[in-house]
Design a protein around this ligand. Structure first.
Ligand SMILES: Cc1cc2nc3c(=O)[nH]c(=O)nc-3n(C[C@H](O)[C@H](O)[C@H](O)COP(=O)(O)OP(=O)(O)OC[C@H]3O[C@@H](n4cnc5c(N)ncnc54)[C@H](O)[C@@H]3O)c2cc1C
Length: 380
C-alpha cells in the first residue's frame, strides 16, 4: 500500500517544481494548488480513522510519507502534511470529546479544515510553563484571554489547539494547564496578524490575540487542568514529523548539491572531485541514514505502545542538525549561485534552520536527554 501511495505522490505532485516553491515563498503566498493535490491523494487524512473516511495509518507508514513528500517539495510541504494529520486528525480523533468529533472530523474528512497549534507566547517559548494566556469561569463560560506568537497558519485556521492556564494557583507547574480545540472563525475576538519572517513564508506564522473569548466545556480537549498530558502525545508526533521533514528536505538538498558538484567544471575537472566538496556530502549522507534509523525506531516504538521518547528526541535533534549542515554546505557548493533566490537553494537553507530552534530547540532536546537518559539535573 505504501509503495502505491508513494507512486501516486510522485505522479500527483510532479508539477509543483522548485520554481513553484520559490515563487510561493517569495510572494509569501499560500500553496493552495499543492494542498488541493495532496488532499486528493488522501495525504491530509492519513491519521484519520477509517470509520471517519481516513486511512488510519500507522506512525511508521506516516513518517515514510512525510519524509517522501519533503524529499520532493521541502519543508513547507511536509509541514502542511503534519499540521493536517497531527493537529487536526490525530488530536481530535484520539483526544476529542463527542462534540469535537462531531464538529471537526467530518470536516477534516472533507478537507475543509486547516489546523494549527498555539502554544508559544512572547514570554514563553522554551519556557512553556510560563504562559500567561488564561481562561477563567464567568457566567457558565470559560473566558479566554492572552496572546500567542509564531502560530503557523493561524490566520487561515479552522481548528486551533490553544494552551491556556485554567488555574492560577499552579503557575509554573504542568498542573492547571488546559488545551482547547476551537474554530477561530467562530469568534470575532480572536484576531491574528502575520509576521514578516524567513521560514515557512508560504504558510505564514502569526501573532494571535484572544480578547475575552467565550468558550464552553465542550471546547476542552482532553481533561481540564490536564492539558500537559494531552499535549505530550501531540508534541511527540510533531517531533517525529519535523524529524521526517528535516530528513526528507536534507535528502533533497543533498541531491541538488551532489548534482551541481557533478555538473560544474572548474580547473578542468568536476567540482565534486575535490575532497572539501565531496566529503561533507558523504558525511551528510551518513548522518541522514543515522537520522532515519532513529526516526524509524521511534515510530516503531510509538506504534507498539513503547516509550520512544529518547529515540524521538534524538531523531529530531540529529536530523535537524544534519539537514541544516547539508544545506549550509550546499550554499558553499553552489558558490555565488546559491545567493540567487531563483536557484531555490537558500530557501531550503532558511527553512531547515527553523528546526534547530522550534518546535523544540536543540538546547531543550539536549537538556531532556541529559536529564532523562543521563540522570543530570534539569537545566531548563
Ligand atoms: C517560523 C516559525 C514557526 C513556528 N510555529 C509555531 C507554531 O505553529 N506554534 C507554536 O506554538 N510555536 C511556533 N513557533 C515557536 C517555536 O516553537 C519557538 O520559537 C521555540 O520553541 C523557541 O522558543 P523562543 O523563540 O521563545 O526562544 P526562547 O525560549 O526565548 O529561547 C531563545 C534561545 O535560548 C535557548 N535557551 C533558552 N533557555 C535556555 C537554557 N536554560 N539553557 C540553554 N539555552 C537556553 C533556546 O534553546 C533558544 O535557542 C514557531 C517559530 C517559528 C520561528
Amino acid at each position: 500500500m505504501l509503495d502505491t501511495i508513494i507512486s501516486y505522490i510522485n505522479q500527483g505532485t510532479e508539477k509543483f517544481d522548485n520554481r513553484y516553491w520559490v515563487e510561493k515563498d517569495r510572494k509569501a503566498e499560500f500553496p493552495s494548488e499543492f494542498l488541493k493535490s495532496i488532499q486528493e491523494l488522501g495525504l491530509t487524512t492519513l491519521f484519520l480513522p477509517e470509520e471517519y473516511g481516513g486511512s488510519g495509518l500507522s506512525v511508521s507508514d506516516y513518517v515514510r510519507i512525510v519524509k517522501h513528500v519533503s524529499s520532493i517539495h521541502g519543508v513547507a510541504a511536509g509541514d502542511l502534511v503534519m499540521a493536517h494529520n497531527v493537529f487536526g486528525a490525530y488530536s481530535i480523533a484520539s483526544l476529542g470529546n463527542e462534540h469535537q468529533k462531531e464538529k471537526f472530523l467530518p470536516r477534516v474528512a472533507k478537507n475543509e479544515v486547516i489546523s494549527s497549534i498555539a502554544i508559544t507566547e512572547p514570554n514563553a517559548g522554551t519556557d512553556t510553563l510560563n504562559i500567561s494566556t488564561h481562561a477563567e469561569r464567568a457566567n457558565g463560560k470559560l473566558v479566554l484571554s492572552g496572546r500567542k506568537i509564531w502560530i503557523t497558519m493561524a490566520h487561515m485556521s479552522d481548528l486551533m489547539l490553544v494552551l491556556a492556564r485554567t488555574s492560577k494557583e499552579s503557575t509554573k507547574s504542568t498542573k492547571g494547564l488546559t488545551l482547547f480545540a476551537i474554530d477561530p472563525k467562530e469568534h470575532k475576538n480572536i484576531t491574528s496578524s502575520r509576521i514578516d519572517d524567513i521560514a515557512l513564508r508560504s504558510l505564514g506564522s502569526c501573532e494571535v490575540f484572544f480578547d475575552n473569548v467565550e468558550l464552553s466545556e465542550d471546547d476542552i480537549l482532553g481533561e481540564e487542568g490536564k492539558g500537559w498530558r494531552a499535549l505530550t502525545g501531540i508534541l511527540n508526533l510533531e517531533r517525529l514529523s519535523t524529524a521526517s521533514i528535516s530528513m526528507g528536505t536534507g535528502e533533497l538538498v543533498l541531491n541538488l548539491a551532489t548534482q551541481y558538484a557533478k555538473d560544474r567544471k572548474l580547473f578542468g575537472r568536476q567540482l565534486g572531485s575535490n575532497q572539501s566538496i565531496q566529503f561533507p556530502l558523504a558525511h551528510g549522507r551518513i548522518m541522514l541514514e543515522a537520522s532515519w534509523r532513529l526516526i524509524d525506531e521511534a515510530a516503531r516504538k510509538r506504534d507498539s505502545g513503547e516509550d520512544g521518547m529518547f529515540e524521538a528526541n534524538a531523531a529530531a535533534y540529529l536530523s535537524a542538525k544534519s539537514a541544516y549542515e547539508i544545506a549550509d554546505h550546499a550554499m558553499q557548493v553552489f558558490g555565488g549561485m546559491s545567493f540567487s533566490i531563483d536557484m531555490g537553494v537558500e530557501l531550503h537553507w532558511r527553512n531547515l534552520r527553523l528546526f534547530r530552534v522550534g518546535p523544540v530547540s536543540e538546547q531543550m532536546t539536549l537538556s531532556l536527554i541529559a536529564r532523562h537518559s543521563l540522570g543530570l539535573p534539569p537545566s531548563f
